[in-house]
Design a protein around this ligand. Structure first.
Ligand code: NAG
Ligand code: NAG
Ligand code: NAG
Ligand code: NAG
Length: 317
C-alpha cells in the first residue's frame, strides 16, 4: 500500500513536470512567433527616416513611381486571395453582427448595399473593434481597403482574416506623400504635428509624453485608388482623430466618385460645421448625425443625392 502511493505520487510529480514543460515551451514558442512577426512587420513597414525618397511637395499624387511604391510595399492582399481560398474570419466576438457605433446602419439606410460594394476605412483600428465596414464585407460581399497607421493595431488586424486590402500607412493631410510622426495610443492614435482638438482626457502633458511615436508613411487618398485601380467608392469611413478635413481637402472629387461618407468631426479644429460646409460645397448632403454620450461616435453621414435609394429627409441641425 505504501509503495503504491509512493509510486502514484511519483507519477503525479512526473505528469506535473511534463505539463509544466509543455506550457513553458509553447508559451516561449508563441512569444517568439509573435515577436518575430511584429519585428518583421515593423522593420518592413515602419520607422523610415524622414528623408527617404518619393516624399514631399514635389511628388505628385499620381506619380507612377509612387503608385508602384504603394502597390508593391504598402498593400497586403485580402485574406482569401493570399490563401487561394476563402478563409474564416478570426473575430473575438463572432456574434456581433455590426460592431460599428451606428454608422453602418445609417449607410445601409440610404444606399443599396446588398449587391456588394467597395469601401475605404481609415483608421481601421484592428479591423473588428467598432469597425464601420465589417458588416458590409461579412454579410454582403463588399471588399475594400483598411488603412491603419499604428503597428500595434495593424498586426491585430492582420489576424482577423478581413477580405479587404490592408495598408500599414496613413492618409496624407497634404496633397503629396510624406512620412509623419504618429502618436501610438490605441484607438486615439493620430498624426503628431497636425493641429487638432484634443480630448480633455489626453490633453495633459504627461499622457502626451508617454505616447510612443513611430514614423509612418502617408499617401494621399487618390494614390491608393490609383494603386488599386478603383475609381468608385461606395462608402468611405474616415476617423483619424482630428485630421479628417485636411485629408478630405486632398481628394480630387472630379476624378473619383465617393458615394457616401461617415466623417468623425469631434477633433477637427474647424469643427463639425467646417467639415459639413466643405463637403456640401462638393455636392454632398448630410443624411444623419451619429453621436453617443460616451463619444465613441461623433460622425456626420454624407451622401451624394444621386445615390440615395429613398427620399430621405435631409438632416437639419
Ligand atoms: C486569431 O486571433 C487571436 C487573437 O487575436 C490570435 O492570437 C490568433 O493567432 C489568431 N489566429 C489566426 C489563425 O490568425
Ligand atoms: C521610431 O522612431 C522614433 C523617432 O525617430 C523613435 O522615437 C522610436 O523609438 C522608434 N521606434 C522603434 C520601435 O524603433
Ligand atoms: C484598371 O481598370 C480598368 C477599367 O476597369 C481596366 O481597363 C484596366 O485594365 C485596369 N488596369 C489595371 C492595371 O488593372
Ligand atoms: C421628398 O420628400 C419631401 C419632403 O417630405 C417632398 O417635399 C418631396 O416632394 C419628396 N420628393 C420626392 C421625389 O418624392
Amino acid at each position: 500500500m505504501k509503495r503504491l502511493s509512493k509510486k502514484l505520487c511519483l507519477y503525479f510529480i512526473l505528469a506535473f513536470l511534463v505539463v509544466c514543460l509543455i506550457n513553458v515551451l509553447t508559451s516561449k514558442y508563441n512569444k517568439e512567433n509573435d515577436l518575430k512577426s511584429y519585428d518583421e512587420m515593423f522593420n518592413t513597414f515602419y520607422n523610415y527616416s524622414k528623408d527617404s525618397g518619393l516624399n514631399g511637395p514635389k511628388v505628385s499624387m499620381d506619380d507612377p513611381n509612387l503608385i508602384r511604391k504603394l502597390r508593391d510595399h504598402f498593400l497586403v492582399k485580402p485574406a482569401e486571395e493570399s490563401k487561394g481560398r476563402r478563409i474564416r474570419y478570426n473575430l473575438s466576438d463572432r456574434s456581433l453582427i455590426d460592431p460599428s457605433m451606428g454608422q453602418a446602419m445609417e449607410i445601409a439606410k440610404i444606399i443599396d448595399y446588398t449587391k456588394g460594394g467597395f469601401f475605404i476605412e481609415c483608421g481601421a483600428l484592428d479591423g473588428e473593434t467598432r469597425s464601420n465596414t465589417l458588416y458590409f464585407e461579412r454579410y454582403y460581399g463588399w471588399t475594400g481597403l483598411l488603412i491603419e497607421a499604428d503597428p500595434l493595431n495593424f498586426i491585430k488586424m492582420l489576424k482577423k482574416g478581413r477580405r479587404a486590402y490592408l495598408s500599414p500607412s496613413c492618409l496624407s493631410v497634404n496633397p503629396y506623400p510624406e512620412i509623419v510622426s504618429f502618436l501610438q495610443r490605441s484607438n486615439m492614435g493620430r498624426i503628431a504635428n497636425d493641429e487638432v482638438v484634443e480630448d480633455e482626457v489626453i490633453s495633459n502633458d504627461i499622457e502626451k509624453k508617454t505616447s510612443p511615436v513611430v514614423n509612418v508613411q502617408c499617401f494621399p487618398l487618390y494614390t491608393y485608388l490609383l494603386a488599386l485601380n478603383v475609381t468608385v467608392i461606395d462608402y468611405f469611413s474616415l476617423d483619424v482623430e482630428g485630421s479628417e478635413l485636411n485629408v478630405i481637402k486632398t481628394i480630387p472629387f472630379d476624378k473619383i466618385d465617393i458615394k457616401t461618407l461617415s466623417v468623425e468631426f469631434f477633433h477637427v479644429k474647424e469643427g463639425d460645421d467646417g467639415v459639413r460646409a466643405y463637403l456640401e460645397e462638393k455636392g454632398y448632403i448630410v443624411t444623419a448625425k451619429v453621436t453617443r454620450q460616451d463619444r465613441l461616435a461623433n460622425d456626420y453621414i454624407f451622401a451624394k443625392p444621386s445615390v440615395l435609394t429613398k427620399n430621405v429627409s435631409f438632416y437639419i441641425t
